[in-house]
Design a protein around this ligand. Structure first.
Ligand SMILES: *Cc1c(COP(=O)(O)O)cnc(C)c1O
Length: 385
């Protein structure tokens, strides 16, 4: 059996060995393992220094001040804190939230929970390119709109939102702008001031850091108040209690520093790999691009293979780690809500696969994938005749 090729970087990335090395210095008795909130001894101060160093490493690549970074358990918690925390704290100002129907479940399900709590949500439908336009957003704004939440890079399609243009509309309407940037760090330029972002969700494990750590950027401004969701010792300016996970935080910091230093070079190399896959598929019939590559990151490519069933194709490609984006419940397979959201017809949505590449993807991986795809498609289409 050949070693599987990993093309599911959008689901999670491996921890960069340099990150793992930094993390390992914060676990064992000979390391900086102390509680960073311990003020009564040197070991606590040293752990606190490590946490504060990582806070700067996470703040720098997005143009933030380290004091604006709130550690969370991941981007899911950051999305929950941004939406629920902000809407609850600003009830008196308005009850209306605007988002899109292709956001990550962490935003979609939080917005649904807020609807059940009595808030009102407008769900924007993006175009075929996976993007909401500033005009669409302008039309959805109301006098009682307090928050707009739109993602920087879509995790299934790779489509990139024009954040600065959207922020202008949000702020003209007197609202606050939340951006889920879990897939964006190291992939596109981020600058909270220039792009007008007030709240931004970040994750460690999409950027070669560990799972179970993330952050919410919270702009320092009297307009941005959040109600805490987790109560306890009052850590993180009262916004998120709980003992800080020093090793996770140090890992995320190191990962973000590497993304800042190497992200552009990674993306240039990955663009060539993506194009190699596309060139290899050029001779295939019935391959549709769900990703509009003109407005997408190169590391995510969503393709539909006309006339085949995505689940069967995935089975035939068992040596390639990929994702379909469709959701299985016991009775049936439902197409991805994201593909549905951009208007991909159901049969094509069910025949779609997401290829996502990363720092450790090689040309040999792409060639092996093309080889496996050729065999799988020929086999499946022969069966279909
Ligand atoms: C992965 C992901 C999340 C969730 O992040 P976790 O750190 O796993 O909680 C949220 N939003 C997007 C766009 C993602 O890709």
């Amino acid at each position: 059996m050949t070693t599987p090729v990993y093309l599911d970087y959008a689901a999670t990335t491996p921890v960069d060995p340099r990150v793992a090395e930094a993390m390992s210095r914060h676990l064992t008795p000979d390391g900086l393992f102390a509680n960073p909130a311990s003020r009564s001894h040197m070991l606590g101060w040293q752990a606190e220094q490590a946490v504060e160093g990582a806070r700067r490493q996470v703040a720098d690549p997005i143009g933030a001040d380290p004091r604006e970074i709130v550690w969370t358990s991941g981007a899911t918690e950051a999305d929950n804190l941004a939406l629920t925390g902000f809407m609850r704290a600003n009830r008196a100002r308005g009850r209306h939230l605007v988002t899109s129907c292709i956001e990550h479940k962490a935003v979609v399900d939080t917005a649904k929970a807020l609807e059940a709590e009595g808030f009102e949500v407008t769900w924007l439908t993006p175009g075929h390119d996976g993007r909401v336009t500033p005009d669409q957003l302008r039309a959805a704004m109301r006098p009682d709109t307090v928050l707009v939440s739109l993602m920087a890079v879509n995790n299934e399609l790779g489509s990139i939102h024009d954040l600065a243009a959207l922020a202008e509309v949000v702020h003209a309407g007197g609202a606050v702008f939340h951006v889920d940037a879990a897939q964006a760090v190291g992939r596109i330029p981020l600058d909270v001031a220039r792009q007008g972002i007030d709240l931004m969700s970040l994750s460690g494990h999409k950027v070669y850091g560990p799972k179970g750590i993330g952050a919410l950027y919270v702009k320092r401004s009297p307009d941005i108040r959040l109600e805490a969701l987790i109560h306890g010792g009052g850590h993180e300016r009262g916004m998120r209690s709980g003992t800080l996970a020093t090793h996770q935080i140090v890992g995320m910091g190191e990962a973000f520093a590497l993304a800042a230093a190497e992200g552009d070079a990674d993306q240039a190399r990955i663009t060539a790999l993506r194009d190699r896959l596309l060139a290899g598929l050029a001779g295939f019939e019935g391959v549709h691009r769900n990703t509009d590559i003109g407005v997408a990151v190169p590391n995510i490519l969503n393709l539909a293979f006309e006339g085949v069933d995505g689940e069967s194709l995935l089975m035939a490609l068992r040596d390639i780690a990929l994702s379909t984006g469709s959701a299985c419940n016991s009775a049936s397979v439902e197409p991805s809500y994201v593909l549905k959201g951009i208007g991909v017809p159901r049969p094509l949505a069910l025949a779609s696969l997401r290829f996502s590449f990363g720092r450790f993807t090689t040309e040999a991986d792409i060639d092996q994938t093309l080889h496996a795809l050729t065999h799988a498609l020929e086999g499946l289409r022969r069966q279909a005749i």
